[in-house]
Design a protein around this ligand. Structure first.
Ligand code: G4P
Length: 285
C-alpha cells in the first residue's frame, strides 16, 4: 500500500476514532504477528484512552509460533489480552468473542442485572493498511452489513457488521498510520510487503533481508538456496550467490540481481523460507 500520511488525514482519523469510541465496548487492534511493533499505530493507546483494548496477532500462519507465544505473554504483562489469529484460514477467530466477553465480564454482568443480557458486544477493529482488516471482517461478518441505521449517535459512513453470537463489528473510521518516521519500522514493513516495492529499492531491500536472515535464520537460508560458507558474506554477495544458485542470468552472462531480489522477497513473503518473526519482544513493549 503506497498510502501517504498527511497531518490533516491523521487528525481526521484521530477525530473519527474518538467520535466512534462511545459507540463501542472494546477496541480490537489487528497487528501483523511477524512485526507486532512495526505494525502498530504509535498513537492508538492515547487515542483509545480508557476503552478496553485487545490485540489480535494476525497472519500468525507466517510467524514463528514460539515467538508469537512470547508476544502474547508480553502483551498480557502490559494488561492487553492478545491472541493469535489467521484471517486467511480463519484459525483462532472463534476465540475473538470469548476473549472480548472475558475482558468485558463486569460490564456484561451489569447488563444482565439490568435485563440487557442479550445486548451485542460492539467492537471497533483498527489496524494499519494491509494488516488484514478486510479479511478479518469478511471472515467474521455474518449476513453482511448490520442494520444499525436507527442507532443513535451513529456517524454516517461508519460500517457496522454483525458477527453473530452477540457481536457487532465497526470498521476503522479512517486510515491508521504506522510509525513511519522510523526507518527500521519502514524496513520491516517493507520486508513483509506492507509497503509496495515500487516505492522502495528492491535490490537494497533484498540485500538487507538476506543479511538479517544470515544472522537470524542461517539454516533456512542454507536450505532454501543451497548456500554454504556464507557467514561472512555481505548482503550483495548473498544476492549474487542466490542468483548464481538459481541460474539467474541476463544476456551477456551477468547475474540477474534484480530478479534474484524479487525472488527472495517473494519467497520470504510467501512463506517459502518457513515461519519467520522479524521482531521479538524485549523487555517492555
Ligand atoms: P487491510 O484491509 O487491513 O488493508 O488488509 P487485507 O484484509 O486487504 O489483507 C492484506 C493482505 O494480507 C491480503 O493479501 C490478505 O490476503 C493477506 N492476509 C490477511 N490476513 C492474513 C493471514 O492471516 N495470513 C496470511 N498469510 N495473509 C493474510 P493480498 O496479497 O493483498 O491478497 P491475496 O494474497 O489474498 O490475494
Amino acid at each position: 500500500t503506497s498510502v501517504q500520511w498527511f497531518p490533516g488525514h491523521m487528525a481526521k482519523t484521530r477525530r473519527k476514532i474518538k467520535e466512534a469510541l462511545p459507540l463501542v465496548d472494546l477496541v480490537a487492534e489487528l497487528l501483523d504477528a511477524r512485526v507486532p511493533m512495526a505494525s502498530r499505530n504509535p498513537e492508538l493507546r492515547s487515542i483509545v484512552g480508557q476503552k478496553p483494548r485487545i490485540v489480535l496477532l494476525n497472519k500468525s500462519d507466517t510467524a514463528d509460533e514460539a515467538v508469537t507465544r512470547q508476544w502474547i505473554a508480553a502483551f498480557a504483562k502490559e494488561g492487553v489480552p492478545a491472541i493469535a489469529v489467521d484471517c486467511k484460514s480463519g484459525k483462532g477467530l472463534n476465540g475473538v468473542l470469548p476473549l472480548a466477553r472475558q475482558v468485558l465480564k463486569d460490564k456484561i454482568a451489569a447488563w444482565e442485572r439490568k435485563g440487557m443480557g442479550s445486548r451485542p458486544i460492539r467492537i471497533m477493529v483498527v489496524g494499519i493498511p494491509n494488516v488484514g482488516k478486510s479479511s478479518f471482517i469478511n471472515r467474521l461478518a455474518k449476513g453482511g452489513k448490520a442494520k444499525v441505521a436507527d442507532r443513535p449517535g451513529v456517524t454516517r459512513g461508519n460500517q457496522w457488521f454483525s458477527i453473530g453470537k452477540g457481536g457487532e463489528l465497526l470498521d476503522t473510521p479512517g486510515v491508521l498510520w504506522p510509525k513511519f518516521d522510523d526507518p527500521a519500522v519502514g524496513e520491516r514493513l517493507a520486508f513483509t510487503g506492507a509497503v509496495k516495492d515500487d516505492v522502495v529499492d528492491t535490490e537494497g531491500l533484498a540485500c538487507r533481508l538476506l543479511l538479517w536472515l544470515r544472522d537470524q535464520y542461517p539454516g533456512r537460508l542454507a536450505e532454501r538456496y543451497s548456500l554454504t560458507g556464507f557467514e561472512d558474506m555481505a548482503g550483495h554477495e548473498l544476492l549474487y550467490a542466490v542468483a548464481k544458485k538459481r541460474g539467474m542470468l541476463i544476456s551477456g552472462g551477468e547475474l540477474d540481481t534484480e530478479r534474484a531480489a524479487a525472488t527472495v522477497l517473494d519467497e520470504f513473503r510467501g512463506g517459502k523460507l518457513g515461519r519467520i518473526s522479524l521482531e521479538r519482544p524485549e523487555g517492555s513493549l
